[in-house]
Write a protein that binds this ligand. Structure first.
Ligand SMILES: *Cc1c(COP(=O)(O)O)cnc(C)c1O
Length: 233
């Protein structure tokens, strides 16, 4: 990366950092409780190196095929998150590589992840993707199915459900996104009250470039930033 590009990336990071800090201040939250996942699906390997160089720790990819070569180059640096829809037959590529999967949304996938993780004697950290907004185009468990899903997976010793993930509808009105994020936050307490052996929810993965400040105000612990970070206008 040239000096000039590095300066631009640093300036972009500083601007985002100021917005994150302001959202934390408004919500009376600690800055260190909000982690940035740099979503690198739009960019090539080189750009990931640049992000790691300026201090990004978490990298998110959403397609297995695109993610693997990038992961191979940079697996020693950064923590890798698989954030996109995961086909059951691709689970084997992700287990053992990505320590966090944000898109657990069905029983068949849970079974396959558990089976693959058991085979290599690991535990895979999962976020349950919940379709709070109810949009038909979105993946994720319907909120009505969450508790049944957790009961049915509670004997799976190789998956650990550490968080919840959701995506807000793409709307101009941030308050609509806020309702979705608030809805996810409420599920955290509801699930933790049930004390499932494999599900203690600490993390909320919510908020993207267009709505991360509202997500922070509503309790996000991981925000997933793509375009605002790596594809500036
Ligand atoms: C692409 C993507 C993001 C980042 O989107 P931006 O709007 O570019 O920040 C976040 N989460 C998921 C699941 C994505 O696929």
């Amino acid at each position: 990366m040239g000096i000039k590009e590095q300066e631009l990336l640093k300036a972009r990071m500083e601007a985002i950092e100021a917005r994150i800090q302001a959202a934390c201040d408004r919500a009376n939250r600690k800055r260190e409780d909000v982690k940035i996942i740099a979503v690198t699906k739009y960019v090539d390997e080189q750009a990931i190196g640049d992000l790691l160089d300026v201090g990004i720790e978490h990298i998110g990819e959403n397609r297995v095929q695109d993610a693997l070569p990038k992961y191979e180059l940079y697996k020693e640096r950064g923590t890798w998150h698989f954030i996109g829809h995961l086909q059951t037959n691709k689970a084997k590529e992700v287990v053992g590589r990505f320590p966090y999967i944000h898109s657990l949304d069905r029983l068949s996938l849970a079974q396959e992840l558990n089976r693959r993780a058991e085979a290599i004697d690991q535990v895979v950290n999962c976020f349950l993707q919940v379709n709070i907004s109810g949009e038909e185009t979105k993946f994720g468990l319907s909120p009505n199915d969450v508790l049944a899903f957790l009961r049915e997976t509670s004997n799976m010793k190789h998956i650990k459900i550490v968080g919840l993930m959701t995506m807000a509808p793409v709307v101009d009105d941030q308050e609509e996104a806020r309702q979705v994020f608030r809805g996810l936050y409420e599920w955290k307490a509801r699930i933790n009250e049930c004390a499932f052996p494999h599900a203690h929810i600490e993390e909320l993965s919510m908020g993207m470039s267009s709505d991360f400040e509202v997500a922070i105000e509503e309790g996000a612990t991981y925000i997933r930033l793509g375009s605002v970070l790596v594809k500036p206008e």
